[in-house]
Design a protein around this ligand. Structure first.
Ligand code: ZN
Length: 67
């Protein structure tokens, strides 16, 4: 899998802390449980001047809408 295959996600700065932590869907903000969570792949983001990996998650419904 290449990063090109990953769906675009909202800017991490625009998300709530729950969405940033991966406990809420990045698109619809629904609280995620293991049964409905979908990994969106690692993203490189800038955090206070250093590049870190971020692992955004969404619910399965939104994942289907963002191929
Ligand atoms: Zn969602």
């Amino acid at each position: 899998m290449t990063t090109d295959a990953l769906p675009p996600v909202p800017s991490v700065q625009s998300l709530s802390s729950a969405q940033q932590r991966g406990t809420a869907c990045v698109w619809c903000s629904v609280p995620l449980t293991p049964a409905i969570a979908a990994d969106l792949g690692p993203r490189k983001i800038d955090a206070h001047g250093s590049t870190v990996l971020w692992f955004p998650r969404s619910c399965r419904n939104c994942r289907k809408d963002h191929p």
